[in-house]
Design a protein around this ligand. Structure first.
Ligand SMILES: Cc1cc2nc3c(=O)[nH]c(=O)nc-3n(C[C@H](O)[C@H](O)[C@H](O)COP(=O)(O)OP(=O)(O)OC[C@H]3O[C@@H](n4cnc5c(N)ncnc54)[C@H](O)[C@@H]3O)c2cc1C
Length: 381
């Protein structure tokens, strides 16, 4: 069997890993000109962690992880208003850069990756699908997988335009180098919130600092410039200095926060995977984990006896209910991560203080694990 996977991100690479080991011929097509390093910090746990274990990736991920020993909220003077020491119950949470997770998977994938290209068209016929790439070349494949993120091109080809559910926020992420700021922030995840705005920072190796900005905005139209200095420049803490170092908009991650909800995840010989059909958003904090879980489930179904149509239907039936649960969790979490009113900020600080009581951090972390615990059980052995 030959499969073309559009998108060499977390989901596409994980699927490639599984299918090539099942003897499939796999080729990946990736829009970026080269492998994308860095990105933003993610917490990686739950079903994706189980998949990573099966793939033998855990020693590498544990090497690349960052120790986050505290979550703390600060005011404009950098004074702590509440904090939570992260000790018990966190053994399975791996905090690392999205790029480091993707790199760890990519290093174990043998399939060729065609960088700097996307899918121009996909024509299905009874024996397969003819895929035309933007570089003018074509491929004959049995199946085409769209693992090309929340703004999926393959999804558009299969289903026409789809408008993801906008969660009312824009997100911007950047990694800067500044030894002094990196030392000041350290291995605590520090955050500052004012109604409608959230800025977070965490120190990385080599004097770097990962920055995350969330801004409430009712408009679902992404402006070309995130306007960080305008919106966050007067909030105090480390922000005036940090913003000086943030590069211009072309070099940072900037997007609307969305969830993707679709009736059908497949159409003939085309199937969607990861954020393309199931984006849960950063509020759910589970997207990379769910993308790996979905790739594993899809590979499990495709390598079982039967045809691709049945496999696609079983894959969606196994994944969609869990994704719905995680998406609902994500929507409930918005008010905790980016409170819209001052009283919500005070309530959040109170919950943090309660969670700081003995045993509280385990309860807190368990409450952040919305579902999918039984996904990684083979249906076909
Ligand atoms: C700020 C932020 C914080 C997050 N925090 C967490 C967290 O704590 N825990 C967690 O588990 N998840 C988190 N996530 C979510 C997680 O990063 C995504 O859900 C996950 O990466 C989805 O995997 P994917 O493979 O579907 O998409 P991606 O990893 O985004 O990969 C998609 C790939 O497709 C490529 N592509 C896009 N369009 C095309 C095209 N037209 N043609 C060819 N290639 C294309 C892209 O370049 C990319 O390489 C966070 C996301 C953000 C933005």
């Amino acid at each position: 069997m030959k499969v073309v996977i559009c998108g060499a991100g977390i989901a596409g690479l994980t699927l490639a890993w599984h299918l090539e080991r099942a003897g499939w011929e796999v080729e990946l097509v990736e829009r970026a000109a080269a492998f994308r390093d860095g990105g933003y910090m993610i917490d990686f746990y739950g079903p994706g962690h189980q998949v990573a274990g099966r793939m033998g990736l855990l020693p590498r991920l544990l090497r690349d992880r960052y120790p986050v020993d505290e979550l703390s909220y600060v005011d404009r003077h950098g004074r702590q208003t509440s904090h939570l020491k992260l000790t018990a119950g966190l053994e399975d949470v791996i905090s690392l850069l999205r790029g480091d997770l993707a790199r760890a998977i990519a290093d174990t994938v043998r399939a060729p990756i065609r960088y700097g290209a996307t899918i121009e068209s996909a024509d299905q016929h009874p024996d397969g699908v003819t895929v035309r790439l933007s570089d003018g070349t074509t491929r004959e494949a049995d199946l085409l997988v769209g693992a090309d993120g929340a703004r999926s091109r393959v999804r558009e080809l299969a289903f026409g335009p789809v408008t993801p559910r906008y969660l009312g926020h824009q997100v911007t992420a950047s990694i800067i180098t500044d030894p002094e700021l990196s030392r000041r922030v350290g291995t605590r995840y520090q955050m500052l919130t004012t109604p409608g705005l959230m800025a977070g920072a965490y120190a990385l190796r080599d004097d770097r600092l990962a920055l995350l900005f969330l801004r409430r905005d009712p408009s679902p139209v992404l402006p070309a410039d995130p306007g960080l200095r305008r919106h966050f420049g007067d909030l105090g803490w480390i922000l005036p200095e940090a913003l000086e170092r943030v590069p211009h908009s072309g070099e940072i991650y900037h997007d609307l926060v969305t969830q993707v909800e679709l009736e059908r995840w497949h159409h003939g010989r085309i199937v969607l995977l990861g954020d393309a059909c199931q984006a849960v958003s950063l509020f759910a904090g589970h997207g990379a984990s769910m993308a790996m879980a979905a790739a594993w489930v899809l590979a499990d179904e495709l390598t079982a006896p039967g045809d691709h149509a049945d496999a696609f239907a079983r894959y969606q039936a196994r994944m969609a209910p869990v994704i719905g649960e995680v998406q609902r969790f994500g929507r409930r979490f918005i008010q905790w991560m980016a409170p819209s009113h001052r009283w919500r900020i005070l309530a959040r600080d109170l919950v943090f203080r309660l969670a700081a009581l003995p045993g509280g951090s385990r309860l807190f972390v368990n409450s952040l694990s919305p579902g999918g615990h039984n996904l990684i059980r083979p249906h076909h052995v």
